[in-house]
Design a protein around this ligand. Structure first.
Ligand code: GLU
Length: 277
């Protein structure tokens, strides 16, 4: 009996020690140092079809996954040596600051506010905030129709949620969830009237729910997707920028977009220009 208790206590102490050392958690090495050791931990979304999805068999697919994998290969890391980690919108800066991921490829808009905490390579894609509604909806047609207290879903820590708070707080009720897939469930169930985030994310959900959901209106912000790295890690950022430029110019970028969105009638846009700020 006493032995059991001692063992239980010891186990508890070990568990606490593991939690304590895991807090902050990650490696002290930079992304390029970890890549030189042959491995990388990359933050991505798990629930955004077309962009970044964790499939039932545990594999990952989508445009962001292809970008993440291409960049890793350019840094010398094989796909099988990548560990993907979920990076929800509201946790991205913290995951990078704590070294729990080497970089994030997760529909991550480059903003001045975020640049106070992390640095960005890229942009590797440019999109804009838009609206997703149920297919039978007729009164939400674009940003100008956001009025009358409509219930709008978006995600905590995202730029579209912030934009709604800044510009439409008087006219709509914002509901902030942890992920966009939760917003999609709420939209399908009739608990919210619309979901707002980047056009390309919404197109992925619309394609997954044909006949049930549709994207309406024109994009009303500019969202430039960057790859988030630790602030001040210029070496890794430069190498990732080189990798993005190679993906853009080699045709791999357009091919990845075509592969993941081609079947939805999507037209591959002109490639963006990497900004080495
Ligand atoms: N691109 C926007 C952002 O970084 C919205 C998409 C997202 O939440 O990942 O906040």
């Amino acid at each position: 009996m006493r032995l059991k208790k001692t063992l239980r206590l010891a186990a508890g102490v070990i568990a606490l020690a593991v939690v304590a050392s895991g807090c902050g958690g990650g490696s002290d090495k930079t992304a390029s140092q970890n890549a030189a050791d042959g491995k990388l931990t990359i933050g991505i979304k798990y629930d955004q079809p077309g962009l970044s999805l964790r499939n039932k068999d545990g594999s990952f697919s989508g445009f962001d996954v292809d970008v993440a994998t291409y960049v890793a290969e350019q840094l010398g890391v094989k796909p099988e040596n990548i560990t993907f980690k979920e990076a929800p919108s509201g946790q991205r800066e913290t995951l990078i600051e704590n070294g729990q991921v080497d970089y994030i490829v997760g529909t991550y808009s480059i903003t001045d506010k975020r640049k106070e905490k992390v640095d960005f390579a890229g942009p590797y894609y440019v999109t804009g905030q838009s609206l997703l509604v149920r297919s039978d909806n007729t009164d939400i047609t674009g940003a100008e129709s956001l009025n009358g207290g409509k219930k709008l879903c978006s995600v905590k820590g995202s730029t579209p949620a912030q934009n709604v708070k800044d510009k439409y707080a008087q006219s709509v009720q914002l509901q902030e969830y942890d992920t966009y897939s939760l917003c999609v469930e709420a939209l399908k169930a009739g608990a919210v009237d619309a979901l707002t985030t980047d056009d390309i994310i919404l197109r992925g959900f619309a394609a997954q729910n044909p006949g049930a959901l549709k994207v309406v209106g024109d994009p009303f912000t500019i969202e430039k997707y960057g790859i988030g790295v630790k602030k001040g890690d210029t070496e890794s950022r430069n190498k990732i920028n080189d990798a993005i430029e190679s993906m853009l110019s080699s045709g791999a970028w357009a091919a990845a977009l075509e592969k993941n969105f081609g079947s939805t009638g999507y037209k591959v846009p002109a490639p963006p220009q990497v900004d080495r700020y």
